[in-house]
Design a protein around this ligand. Structure first.
Ligand SMILES: *[C@@H]1O[C@H](CO)[C@@H](O)[C@H](O)[C@H]1NC(C)=O
Ligand SMILES: *[C@@H]1O[C@H](CO)[C@@H](O)[C@H](O)[C@H]1NC(C)=O
Ligand SMILES: *[C@@H]1O[C@H](CO)[C@@H](O)[C@H](O)[C@H]1NC(C)=O
Ligand SMILES: *[C@@H]1O[C@H](CO)[C@@H](O)[C@H](O)[C@H]1NC(C)=O
Length: 458
């Protein structure tokens, strides 16, 4: 009798357990499916041929400080995973101006400034993304352009990049963008991807200084120097060791504009890297670190010349504060660069016309659509951003008619030292705040699509 009841009870419990298992499984499955992160992998499929690194590495780049050494895990990512090109199933906002229309997303509706005309660049509806992605952007009514017949913008629609390239993305920000509506929209995004770390007064007081046409044109002196040419030809020079003994200096200097970044040492290396600098890209942090780390190689700060323009990659409010102080010849109010005298990084005579600043929408756009790294699915998502060199090269791809890239990472990077000015071999370092392998893959893809000419030494 007793054993009979016990057996019955055990059978009953067993039955209950078995019948609940699928229920528990279904609950887990649906939880997982509603996690936004599950979607990001799927979204990657919209961008054909994006390769990305699986290995979260350390947090550092040669120009940024080691913010947290404990993030180092020593795995320098031997295993690079590349997602194969995937056929496109969803159309996203493409280059065609006809596709520029106001977003149907609720958040985007709030931006109705008179200068906005309801035009936000956005993608077609698709699975929910985590809010920090923010894949809709300000749209310039009349982006500056040349009448080059076969420039990058006219070639891009015929390539795999057509679906993600936005022809009207604002590359630079200036006075016009400092409105309460734009602040409401961009304060959602931290770091370089928005204005979350910036108070409204600092934003307005800085951007209102950038109120000349030179501040919103990448090539503000083009009319004066075009000399009958229709196409803007740019040399974009990274600091990679591949340039050492390349003898590319003369080729580089022959372009209309020469872009450089961070610790760009020129003196003594002219034969290999040229001598001109038309547009110098940096953030306050990378500039200060370059001055500290590459002083031995002869780097003393940003280059000076009549043609040189300074393009800030704003990462913190310190960039806005330094820009304003430098352009108005006043001391830096607060923060790490706080000073009693005006900043001298750009020479004593620098004028406001020489400064430009990348738009946070542009940085977020290239992160989302060109360099959507694995780190964005990890706890490092807030410190990950495209490297300074990547921002510079993609800015050229969005403004120049022809781009030759020199000194950027190539698949045989291990054959070269980190920088062309290293006195002895120093391997390229990989850190979690950038994804240099993914950037390297992108340069190969842009080269093979015929959109840039990448110097590869062979
Ligand atoms: C920028 O200049 C224009 C024209 O001179 C002026 O109307 C506008 O108020 C200025 N904007 C700012 C923010 O100073
Ligand atoms: C301008 O173009 C003319 C004719 O093509 C050429 O001879 C001259 O050297 C050019 N000037 C400059 C400054 O490039
Ligand atoms: C500033 O400009 C003046 C006059 O044009 C010039 O004499 C002086 O050398 C310049 N100073 C610097 C540091 O470039
Ligand atoms: C790079 O190094 C490998 C071996 O380490 C060698 O086989 C290859 O030829 C080198 N490539 C160049 C471009 O020097």
């Amino acid at each position: 009798m007793m054993t009979g009841i016990g057996l019955q009870r055990r059978l009953w419990l067993c039955f209950l357990g078995v019948s609940f298992l699928p229920v528990i499984y279904i609950i887990f499955l649906s939880l997982e499916l509603t996690m936004p992160w599950r979607m990001v992998d799927l979204n990657l499929a919209q961008f054909p041929g994006i390769g990305y690194t699986r290995e979260p590495n350390r947090f550092h780049d040669s120009e940024d400080p080691l913010v947290d050494k404990t993030l180092s895990d020593g795995s320098d990512g031997q295993h690079t995973r590349t997602t194969p090109p995937t056929p496109l199933s969803l159309k996203v906002q493409s280059t065609s101006p006809a596709r520029v229309r106001s977003s149907t997303e609720p958040g985007a509706r709030t931006t109705k400034g008179p200068d906005l005309k309801g035009a936000l660049l956005t993608k077609s509806p698709k699975p929910t993304e985590p809010p920090f992605i923010g894949d809709s952007y300000y749209s310039e009514d009349a982006p500056p352009r040349t009448d080059c017949p076969d420039g990058i913008r006219s070639r891009v629609p015929q390539t795999d990049f057509g679906v993600r390239y936005l022809d009207r993305i604002p590359v630079l920000q200036w006075a016009k963008h400092a409105t309460p509506e734009q602040y409401q929209r961009l304060r959602l995004y931290p770091g370089t991807h928005g204005w979350a770390n910036l108070d409204y007064n600092t934003l307005v007081s800085t951007l209102s200084v950038l109120n000349t046409s030179a501040n919103w044109h990448m090539f503000d002196d083009w009319e004066r120097r075009s000399n009958g040419s229709q196409c803007v030809r740019c040399a974009v020079v990274g600091n990679g060791g591949i340039l050492k003994e390349s003898k590319k200096g003369r080729d580089i200097d022959r372009h209309d504009y020469v872009f450089r970044t961070n610790g760009a040492v020129i003196k003594g290396f002219e034969q290999d890297v040229g001598s001109r600098t038309s547009l110098y890209t940096f953030s306050t942090n990378t500039l200060r670190n370059s001055m500290k780390n590459y002083a031995g190689a002869g780097y003393r700060g940003p280059p000076f010349s009549e043609e040189t323009r300074y393009v800030f990659l704003p990462d913190h409010d310190r960039d806005y504060l330094l820009m304003k102080a430098a352009a108005t010849h006043t001391p830096v109010e607060r923060g790490p660069e706080r000073s009693k005298t005006p900043p001298s990084y750009f020479g004593g005579n620098v004028t406001v016309e020489k400064f430009k600043m990348y738009h946070p929408d542009f940085i977020r756009y290239i992160r989302n659509r060109f360099l959507r790294a694995h780190a964005m699915q990890t706890k490092y998502k807030d410190i990950y951003r495209p490297s300074t060199g990547a921002v510079m090269l993609l800015a050229a791809v969005h403004t120049c008619d022809q781009v030759s890239a020199y000194g950027f990472m190539t698949p045989d990077y291990m054959n070269y030292s980190d920088h062309y000015y290293d006195s002895q071999y120093h391997p390229v370092g990989f850190f979690i705040n950038h994804d240099l392998r993914m950037e390297m893959t992108l340069w190969q893809q842009l080269h093979h699509a015929g959109l840039i000419t990448l110097y590869m030494r062979q």
